[in-house]
Write a protein that binds this ligand. Structure first.
Ligand SMILES: [Zn+2]
Length: 325
């Protein structure tokens, strides 16, 4: 439920068939059928070009999808099911950080019409809607949402856009739950029990999602602060932990594969990321979508039942889509 695909298509906008040549083989090898394609605007484009870059990302996703037989941009559960039945990979467009909206609620309607169906108010940085959780055990802003942030949340619920709680600071997390009624999702995150930063979620927050029938997607790049603990088994420990707290119905996949972007960066940019947030530790046998079957195999080896594996890999997200889209 989280993949920085539109951003990469935008950076490679001079090229054609990027989706077909670079991504399709990995999706196919991993037998991936639904992908949350996240609009995200990097700092260097803000504030002036946030809207333009976001629209261009959407444009590239549509153009690349149209150029291939293998993909479909889906706006509701019915379309997702139709894509799966015809062997196509379904993209659900999501937005990570509402910077493209500026402070104009009308833009939310525009992005809804373009197909955006899940929105996380913030990335790590503060914006017009609220504050991101810091990459440290404490120190996030004490305030919750701004008045604009509350408007965005209400409008999302009214339109039928899923509210994604990934990245939001603890105060914002609680506030969103207090003003919404539908099941919440956290598209890509990890348990603070294993990686204690406010960007991740605490046991109490996990329980809050569970009580509301929501789903938490487990992230592959913040599994542990220590490189040697960033393993497939430890990824499964996060799944296990969440399912012990709220049951198997509350946990799904939110890989957030990022290695393909990180490798394109200069060393200075990688250092900048480490200084600002953290050094991501990529799991060597869970680095891109072609590795998805490694997870399935290890879940079987760890004794998860077929019924539970089905829920983790797709059933829980499909239930959310059926209920909310
Ligand atoms: Zn993220």
């Amino acid at each position: 439920m989280h993949f920085d695909l539109p951003m990469d298509l935008y950076e490679k906008r001079q090229r054609r068939d990027v989706l077909e040549t670079e991504f399709s083989p990995e999706f196919e090898a991993g037998n991936v059928s639904v992908v949350g394609a996240a609009i995200y605007v990097e700092d260097r484009y803000l504030p002036l070009n946030g809207l333009r870059v976001a629209l261009d990302q959407v444009a590239r996703l549509y153009a690349e999808t149209a150029a291939s037989e293998r993909f479909a941009i889906c706006k509701n559960y019915r379309e997702i099911q139709a894509a799966r039945e015809t062997g196509k990979i379904a993209f659900l467009i999501t937005m990570e950080g509402i910077e493209p909206l500026g402070t104009d609620l009308n833009q939310l309607r525009v992005f809804y019409e373009l197909g955006v169906r899940a929105i996380g108010l913030t990335h790590a940085r503060t914006n017009a809607a609220g504050h991101g959780g810091v990459f440290a055990a404490s120190g996030s802003a004490a305030e919750g949402l701004t008045p604009f942030g509350r408007e965005v949340v209400r409008e999302c619920e009214a339109l039928g856009v899923i509210i994604d709680l990934a990245h939001i600071n603890p105060a914002g997390f609680e506030e969103i739950l207090s003003i919404t009624t539908k099941p919440p999702i956290v598209s890509h995150t990890n348990a603070r029990r294993y990686y204690d930063i406010e960007r991740n979620i605490s046991d109490e927050q996990i329980r809050m999602i569970g009580e509301r029938g929501g789903v938490i997607g487990v992230n592959s790049i913040l599994v542990s602060p220590r490189e040697e603990e960033s393993t497939l088994d430890h990824y499964i420990d996060h799944i296990d932990h969440i399912s012990e707290l709220i049951g198997i119905n509350g946990v799904g996949i939110g890989f957030d594969f990022f290695d393909f972007i990180y490798r394109q960066w200069s060393e200075s940019r990688q250092k900048e990321l480490a200084a600002k947030f953290t050094t991501p530790h990529f799991i060597h046998d869970l680095t891109n979508h072609s590795h998805a079957r490694n997870l399935t195999r290890r879940l079987i080896e760890r004794g998860f039942s077929d019924a539970d594996i089905k829920k983790i890999l797709r059933g829980n997200w499909l239930r959310i889509f059926k209920e909310l889209l």
